[in-house]
Design a protein around this ligand. Structure first.
Ligand code: ZN
Length: 280
């Protein structure tokens, strides 16, 4: 009798283990799907360190000689930058910035971020001067041709050709210390305390150093400690923390998009971020 009970128990255990497995085998995933038994949620997850909703596609747009901007590309909305008026306590009275030269324009969000950065720098004792801002395709074309003429037809890497300039995005600007407002710019400016401050704090305001010293072979542009590029805070924090230039960031982002799509991601979510070289 005892033996029979033991046998029954063993049989019961075996059944408990095998029955669910057998049931699973009987109805396959395809069948369940076809009879509408289970709903499948989107499996692909955006795994890139910067979330799509934290990144405006226009703010991470790359412009260089391989990714040329269209002749008609004009960032929107462009705003004219006011010259700074200070209150008695030194604070910003009119939402302006110290600047060199006449009318200057930047994309609105970038302009607000730049003024915020300049105010923060001033609070730390550093005066930042805006020296160059948005440049249209046409203006850049004139500047490039003038530079070529000056250099007997040789491109010396100081002036981008039309369509390749970060200044055409309306998100790129040249910001300099006071004693560099009226001199030719070169890499020695990096030693100035204002530039050291910018290199340290720019990402807090959504800016990156567009042409870093150790990325000249990637950007194909000389080191420019003065050239700030607005990309938005999350992207800027990531780029600066990882010592990237915008070309490298774009490469990573495009690879992340292809990976996301290959995993079945929603094309509509990433469409606006796709960028393809114009020289291929
Ligand atoms: Zn510049």
């Amino acid at each position: 009798m005892k033996k029979t009970i033991r046998m029954l128990l063993i049989l019961l255990c075996v059944c408990m283990i095998t029955v669910p497995a057998a049931a699973e085998e009987e109805i396959g995933l395809d069948e369940l799907l076809s009879i509408g038994e289970i709903e499948v949620e989107e499996l692909a997850v955006w795994t890139f360190p910067v979330a799509l909703e934290d990144m405006d596609p226009e703010f991470v747009r790359l412009a260089n000689k391989h990714y040329l901007l269209d002749k008609d590309y004009v960032p929107e909305p462009l705003v004219t930058i006011k010259a700074l008026k200070k209150n008695k306590d030194g604070s910003n009275a009119n939402g302006g910035i110290l600047k060199v030269g006449g009318t200057m324009q930047l994309q609105e969000t970038c302009a607000a971020a730049l003024i915020e950065m300049a105010d923060a720098a001033r609070a730390d004792g550093y005066n930042l001067y805006l020296k160059s801002s948005y440049l249209s395709w046409k203006t850049q074309n004139t500047m490039y041709n003038n530079r070529l003429k000056k250099n007997k037809g040789k491109d010396d890497g100081w002036v981008s050709k039309a369509g390749a300039s970060d200044h055409q995005t309306g998100l790129g600007c040249d910001v300099v210390p006071k004693n560099w407002t009226d001199r030719g710019m070169n890499r020695n400016m990096a030693k100035e305390k204002e530039c050291i401050w910018m290199a340290e704090h720019c990402q807090e305001f959504g800016f990156i150093l567009r042409y870093p010293s150790d990325k000249e072979d990637v950007t194909e542009i000389n080191y420019e400690p003065w050239h700030m590029r607005y990309v938005g805070i999350p992207a800027a924090e990531y780029i600066m923390a990882n010592g990237l230039c915008l070309e490298e960031f774009t490469g990573q982002l495009q690879a992340a998009i292809q990976d996301y799509l290959a995993r079945g991601g929603d094309p509509a979510k990433v469409e606006a971020y796709l960028q393809t070289p114009t020289d291929q």
